[in-house]
Write a protein that binds this ligand. Structure first.
Ligand SMILES: *Cc1c(COP(=O)(O)O)cnc(C)c1O
Length: 362
């Protein structure tokens, strides 16, 4: 098989999604499965839908169009604010979008009228993480103006924490979101269908609480794909951590010194690394090169097999150390973190292989 490559195990992704759907359902919460790290891969989308997620979500319209071209018909939500330059595409392919700007809502309405469609919107509220969101004190007014726009349905409100500043979803900010849903409803005498509480970083909050309040949706990506919750990157009980892996091929393996020889200046990617420090506990005399580099992954975000230590990477070489010589041409499998996964998926050098066998128990 060609290397390097990404291997995607649909059975494991499906298992992870089913476990999370059940955990959320126990608290009255439905799951919008986020496909952006899979670039809207239709096979993955289909596995998620089969696992019981109530909708799919992605940050890019190109990915949503790919899901649609792949024949997927469930509700799909655009979770990044639509761009004015893509408004017609958003209304044509996404059923729902997340919004914070009146000018964009007005353009969505005009596009929906023009295309003779209805489009649902979720208003995102800023609750401290300082990425997207209307300020809480401006929500009521924006909701009112949205209700006046033709062919738009105000479906609900939502928030997104943890992504930009690492703000932890907790009882306080989630209660704030619930209270805002109540006040929008009371002000306009309407019912909000969705209160979208956040992303995979909300799972710790979820496991701590008795009652989710008005929150009835989470948008989950990383936890489904990688089996980890992003606040600590700790594994989630019962989930596969290797549903997605990256395979690379050995192109050199030699006994080499563990410290460089000669005067040290900057490396291709900045400061030289103090290899001896990293490698002080074990000698690992063999240095091997794999045909994989920073163009494809973030070397700090790859989990290597136990016997290997990742020593660094340049654009096209990943340097690893081991006790034993590695066989030239052999393949090494890594588990990527989210940053590495996103880079690998957008690298033109890594083809994707999709496995669809039955789920093995870990
Ligand atoms: C990426 C994203 C998500 C999914 O986050 P994960 O940590 O992968 O679960 C949810 N909501 C928004 C707005 C996002 O941008």
């Amino acid at each position: 098989m060609t290397a390097p490559r990404i291997e995607i195990d649909l059975a494991k992704i499906g298992h992870n999604a089913r476990v999370l759907v059940a955990a959320c359902a126990a608290r009255g919460i439905s799951v919008a499965a986020v496909t952006k790290a899979m670039l809207g891969c239709p096979e993955v989308g289909a596995a998620l839908v089969a696992a019981g997620v109530s909708s799919l979500a992605d940050s890019r319209i190109e990915n949503i169009e790919r899901l649609r071209r792949g024949g997927l018909t469930p509700p799909v939500m655009l979770i990044r604010s639509p761009m004015l330059s893509q408004i017609d595409r958003v209304v044509a392919s996404a059923d729902i979008s997340c919004n914070t700007e009146y000018g964009i809502l007005r353009a969505l309405s005009a596009a929906a009228v023009r295309l003779d469609r209805r489009h649902a919107v979720v208003l995102m509220v800023e609750l401290g993480d300082l990425r997207e969101g209307v300020l809480p004190e401006c929500l009521i007014e924006l909701a009112g103006r949205t209700l006046g726009l033709a062919n738009l349905d105000l479906r609900g409100i939502g928030t997104n924490l943890a992504c930009q500043s690492g703000v932890v979803p907790d009882e306080t900010n989630m209660a704030q979101l619930s209270a805002m849903a109540d006040s929008v409803e009371a002000t306009y005498g309407i019912e909000l269908k969705t209160v979208s509480g956040g992303n995979s970083a909300n799972l710790l909050w979820l496991s701590d609480i008795e009652d989710a309040g008005r929150v009835n949706e989470l948008r989950l990506g990383e936890s489904i794909l990688l089996g980890r919750q992003p606040l600590t990157r700790g594994p989630i009980d019962g989930l596969h951590l290797d549903a997605v892996s990256i395979v690379a091929e050995v192109i050199e393996s030699k006994r080499k010194a563990t410290t460089p020889t000669g005067q040290l200046g900057q490396t291709a990617f900045g400061q030289p690394r103090l290899r001896c420090e990293l490698d002080s506990s074990v000698r690992r005399p063999w240095q091997s090169l794999l045909a994989l580099g920073r163009q494809d992954i973030d070397p700090d975000g790859l989990l290597a097999p136990d016997q290997l230590l990742i020593d660094g990477a340049s654009s096209d070489h990943l340097v690893v150390r081991s006790e034993e010589r590695l066989t030239i041409g052999s393949e090494i499998r890594f588990m990527p973190d989210y940053a590495s996964l996103v880079r690998a998926m957008t690298s033109p050098f890594l083809p994707r292989f999709i496995r669809s066998g039955t789920p093995g128990l870990r």
